[in-house]
Design a protein around this ligand. Structure first.
Ligand code: ADP
Ligand code: ZN
Length: 764
C-alpha cells in the first residue's frame, strides 16, 4: 500500500492531463490534500503521471469527483500551477459537453481550446505606456534627461498619449528608459500596461464613420432581441439579404451590451476577418479594448489577446471559430454574435470536430445570454430551428440598407455562350462584354471561380487511351499550376495531400502529348490579361486564393489596394465571396457556378446556393441610379439553387431543399454521425471498418439507421484507405445514446485510425 493515507484526503478531483491526451478519455482522478481543498474547476495543476510519477500539467475538470473503485491507486495533486492560465469554470463545463457530444477525449478538447502559447506560458509581451499625471507638482531637482522627457511628452499631440515608454525614450533622445521610470516613481508620470494589438488592425481603427440612423426594420430587430431578455439565454436567427445592414445590428447590440457593463463575443468566418470587419468594430468603439483571435496571429500575439480576454480587460472579443473559447470570465458575457453562421469554416476538421455555431449556442446557454446568428443564406439547420422547431427566434431584414439595391443577376448558359463564340474561353461573350463596360466606366469587378491552379484535369487526349493523372497517394486528380520560372512552365499538385510533381511531357501509357483541361483561377487570370489591355500588367488585376495569399497580412494588402481603387478586378476563390463591402464594385461575375453542384455530398446544392448568393451580393453597394449586374455562368442554368440565388429568394430555396431533405431522411430532419477509419493497408482498413460495424450493430436501436461499412466517396487520401460507417438518428439525443454506448463498449476509439464526425458538414 502506498503512503496514500499518510496525508488526509480532502476530496477527489478529475484532472485532464496534457500528456497522453488520447489515453484518458475523461481525465484521471486524483486525491486532493487539505491545503488544496479550495481547488476549483478550471485551475491548472501539476499531477504525477505514469509509473515514474512524472510531474505533468493538467486542468481540473471536476471537483468532488467520485474516487472510483481503485482508491488505493489514487495519487495526489501536487500543486497549483500557473494562475495566469486558469480557465473559467463555464469553459470547463463547455469542454466536457464538447467532449461528450463530439465523442472526443477531454484532453484533446482542452488542447484545442487553449492556444499552444497559453499552455506553454510563453510569449506574453506587456507594453508599458506612460502619460503625465494631471496635477502633479514638479519637484525642483530634475535631471536634464528627465526634463527632456517631460518636455517631449508635453509636446506630443493628444492622440499620441499615452505613449509607449520605448517610443518616448527614443523621441526624447535617450538611450535608456530609466529616466522615465524614475519620473514614474516620483509620481510625475502614470504607467499603463497594455498588451499589444496586431498592427494590421490597429491601423484601421481610424476611420470612424458616424453611425447611420437605423432603419425601422433594424430597430425592430434590435428591440425584439432585447425584449427576449438581456440576462437570459435566447437564440436568434437574423436573416437579412446581403447588404441589409446586419453588421450595423450587431454593432448596436454590442453597444447596448457594453452599456450594461457586460462583454460581447463576435464570431466571424476565418476568411472574413478582414481589416474591414475589424476596422468597423474598432472605429465604432475607439475607447474599448478589443481582443482579436484568429489564425493569422503569432503564438505570442495569440497569448496576449487571450490574456486580455481572460483578465476581463477586453470588453469585445472578436475572432474565428476557436474564439468561441475565449476565456471571458464567468458572469461577464452578455452577448454572442455568430456572423455568416452558415459558413463551413465554423466546423473544425480535426478532433474535436466541433461546430463553432453550435458551441456558441451552448456557451450562450451556460452564460445565460442571447446568441444571435446572422446570415443572408442561413444554414438549413438554423432555418429549420427558427421556422419549424422554433428553438430560435427568426428576425428578418428583407431590404438592403437605404439607397442600396440588390444587383440584377443574369444566369447565362455556358453551352450557348460557347456556340456563340467557339474557342477556349472561360469568360463567355456576355460576361466579357459586361466586364469591358464596367472597366470603361471606371468601376471595379469581382470574378469568382472556386478552383485554384491552372487546370484541374491532366489527361491523355487520345480517346483510345483514357489516362488521367491522379495523385499517387489520393484518389483525386492532380491540378496543374503554372509557374513560368520552372523549365516545364509549371508543376502539378494534389490539393489534398499537397504532393507535387513535374508535369509529365508525355502520357505514360501511350506516349502521346498531354492535355491540361478544366478550370482554374490562374487560367482566368491569363485570359483576362490577354483580353483586357488595362489588366495586362501591374496591379490592376489581383488574384486572391490560398496560393497567392498565405497570411492575414497578405490578404489585408490586396484588399487595401482594392479599396483604394488601384486593383480594378479582383479574381479569386470563395475567399472573395464573403463579407466584402466595396461600393466601387459594379459587376460580379461567376466564371463557373457548377464547381460544387455534382459533388457526392448532400449539401452540394445548399453550398452552390450560398456561394452564388454571397458573391453576387458583393455588388450593388453604392447609391445611384444605375443598377449593378451580376453574371452567373453555368452549364446547368436551370438548376434550382442557381435560379433561386439569382432571384435572391432564400426562403423559397430553403423550402424546396428542406422538402428534399425530409423525403430523403437527411439532416436537419435527422442527426448524423460519420465514423471514418483509415489505414495505409487496404485489407486492414476494411477489417477495421467491419469490426467497427460489428461492434456498433448490437448498440444501434431500430430507430437509428446504420449505413456501411463502405468506402468513402474519396476512398484514399494521403496514402490512407478510408472506409466509413454512418449513423442517422431521428434526434440528437438518440444519436448521443448510441455514441455513448459505443464509447463505453470500447467500439469507438478516436485517434489516428478513427475519426468521429458528429453533425458533419462535408461527407467526402
Ligand atoms: P450586411 O452585413 O447585412 O451584408 P452591412 O451591415 O455590411 O450589411 O451593410 C451594408 C452597407 O449599408 C454598409 O456600408 C453599412 O454601412 C450600410 N448601412 C447599414 N445600415 C445602414 C443604415 N441604417 N443607414 C444607412 N446605411 C446603412
Ligand atoms: Zn494527394
Amino acid at each position: 500500500m502506498p503512503d496514500l493515507f499518510a496525508q488526509p484526503v480532502a476530496s477527489y478531483a478529475r484532472v485532464a492531463v496534457e500528456r497522453g491526451i488520447d489515453r484518458y478519455p475523461d481525465g484521471l482522478v486524483y486525491a486532493v490534500a487539505n491545503d488544496l481543498a479550495d481547488l476549483v474547476a478550471g485551475e491548472r495543476v501539476m499531477v504525477p503521471l505514469g509509473r515514474g510519477d512524472r510531474a505533468t500539467a493538467g486542468y481540473v475538470i471536476e471537483v468532488d469527483a467520485e474516487p472510483g473503485r481503485h482508491v488505493s491507486a489514487v495519487k495526489f495533486v501536487q500543486r497549483r500551477d500557473d494562475a495566469a492560465s486558469r480557465l473559467p469554470p463555464q469553459l470547463v463545463t463547455l469542454a466536457r459537453w464538447i467532449s461528450q457530444y463530439y465523442a472526443t477525449p477531454i484532453g484533446v478538447t482542452l488542447a484545442a481550446m487553449l492556444p499552444a502559447a497559453v499552455k506553454r506560458s510563453v510569449g506574453l509581451v506587456r507594453r508599458v505606456f506612460v502619460d503625465r499625471v494631471a496635477d502633479a507638482e514638479e519637484p525642483p531637482r530634475l535631471s536634464p534627461q528627465q526634463r527632456a522627457v517631460l518636455a517631449t511628452l508635453d509636446g506630443l499631440p493628444a492622440d499620441r498619449r499615452p505613449i509607449e515608454i520605448k517610443s518616448l525614450a527614443a523621441e526624447a533622445g535617450l538611450r535608456s528608459v530609466s529616466p522615465i521610470r524614475r519620473l514614474a516613481q516620483r509620481g510625475l508620470l502614470t504607467t499603463i500596461q497594455r498588451t499589444g494589438v496586431d498592427a494590421a488592425w490597429a491601423d484601421h481603427a481610424v476611420d470612424a464613420a458616424p453611425p447611420p440612423t437605423l432603419t425601422a426594420a433594424q430597430r425592430q430587430v434590435i428591440d425584439a432581441i432585447d425584449a427576449a431578455g438581456t440576462d437570459a439565454f435566447s437564440a436568434h436567427l437574423l436573416y437579412g439579404v446581403t447588404g441589409a445592414g446586419k453588421t450595423e445590428v450587431y454593432l448596436r447590440l454590442i453597444e447596448r451590451t457594453l452599456a450594461r457593463g457586460k462583454s460581447a463575443l463576435l464570431l466571424v468566418p476565418e476568411i472574413s476577418l478582414t481589416p474591414q470587419t475589424g476596422g468597423r468594430l474598432l472605429g465604432r468603439f475607439p475607447d474599448v479594448t478589443v481582443a482579436i483571435l484568429h489564425s493569422g496571429l503569432t503564438a505570442a500575439q495569440r497569448h496576449q489577446q487571450w490574456t486580455l480576454a481572460a483578465h476581463g480587460a477586453a470588453s469585445i472579443v472578436v475572432g474565428a471559430r476557436s474564439a468561441v473559447f475565449a476565456p471571458v470570465p464567468d458572469g461577464t458575457l452578455g452577448l454572442i454574435v455568430v456572423d455568416e453562421e452558415h459558413d463551413g469554416s465554423y466546423k473544425q476538421d480535426q478532433a474535436p470536430r466541433y461546430h463553432g455555431r453550435d458551441v456558441a449556442l451552448r456557451r450562450g446557454q451556460l452564460a445565460g445570454c442571447p446568441v444571435v446568428l446572422g446570415s443572408a443564406t442561413p444554414a438549413l439547420e438554423s432555418w429549420h430551428n427558427a421556422t419549424m422547431r422554433k428553438t430560435a427566434q427568426l428576425h428578418r431584414l428583407d431590404d438592403r440598407a437605404p439607397g442600396l439595391r440588390l444587383p440584377r443577376v443574369e444566369v447565362v448558359d455556358l453551352a450557348a455562350e460557347r456556340r456563340m463564340r467557339p474557342g477556349k474561353h472561360l469568360l463567355g461573350p456576355t460576361l466579357e462584354d459586361a466586364l469591358r463596360d464596367t472597366l470603361d466606366a471606371g468601376a471595379q469587378a469581382l470574378l469568382l471561380l472556386n478552383r485554384r491552379g491552372y487546370a484541374n484535369y491532366i489527361a491523355c487526349p487520345s480517346s483510345g487511351c483514357g489516362w488521367v493523372m491522379h495523385c499517387e497517394g489520393c484518389d483525386v486528380c492532380m491540378v496543374y499550376h503554372r509557374d513560368r520560372r520552372l523549365p516545364a512552365g509549371g508543376f502539378v499538385r494534389c490539393h489534398h495531400c499537397q504532393r507535387e510533381q513535374r508535369l509529365p511531357r508525355a502520357c505514360p501509357d501511350c506516349g502521346r502529348g498531354i492535355a491540361t483541361l478544366g478550370l482554374g483561377t490562374q487560367r482566368v487570370e491569363e485570359e483576362l490579361r490577354a483580353k483586357f489591355p488595362v489588366l495586362a500588367e501591374g496591379d490592376t488585376l489581383a488574384r486572391l486564393d490560398s496560393d497567392t495569399v498565405r497570411s492575414a497580412r497578405g490578404l489585408h494588402d490586396v484588399l487595401e489596394r482594392f479599396g483604394a481603387g488601384i486593383v480594378r478586378v479582383l479574381l479569386g476563390t470563395q475567399m472573395i465571396a464573403k463579407g466584402l463591402d466595396y461600393p466601387g464594385v459594379r459587376l460580379v461575375g461567376v466564371v463557373n457556378a457548377d464547381t460544387a453542384i455534382n459533388l457526392p455530398d448532400f449539401r452540394a446544392t445548399e453550398r452552390t446556393f450560398q456561394l452564388v448568393s454571397q458573391v453576387t451580393g458583393r455588388c450593388g453597394r453604392a447609391e445611384g441610379p444605375r443598377r449593378d449586374r451580376a453574371i452567373v455562368q453555368s452549364f446547368h442554368p436551370d438548376n434550382h439553387a442557381i435560379q433561386m440565388a439569382a432571384a435572391h429568394d432564400y426562403p423559397a430555396f430553403a423550402a424546396a431543399e428542406l422538402e428534399d431533405r425530409r423525403l430523403c431522411g437527411l439532416p436537419p430532419f435527422t442527426r448524423m454521425a460519420r465514423i471514418v477509419v483509415r489505414h495505409r493497408d487496404h485489407p486492414r482498413c476494411v477489417a477495421l471498418a467491419h469490426a467497427l460495424a460489428e461492434g456498433l450493430t448490437p448498440l444501434v436501436p431500430p430507430s437509428v439507421r446504420m449505413d456501411g461499412p463502405a468506402p468513402c466517396p474519396i476512398p484514399r487520401l494521403s496514402d490512407h484507405h478510408r472506409q466509413e460507417v454512418q449513423l442517422i438518428a431521428p434526434s440528437a439525443a438518440e444519436l448521443q445514446r448510441v455514441l455513448a454506448a459505443a464509447r463505453n463498449a470500447g467500439v469507438l476509439t478516436p485517434g489516428a485510425e478513427m475519426a468521429i464526425d458528429v453533425d458533419p458538414v462535408a461527407v467526402l
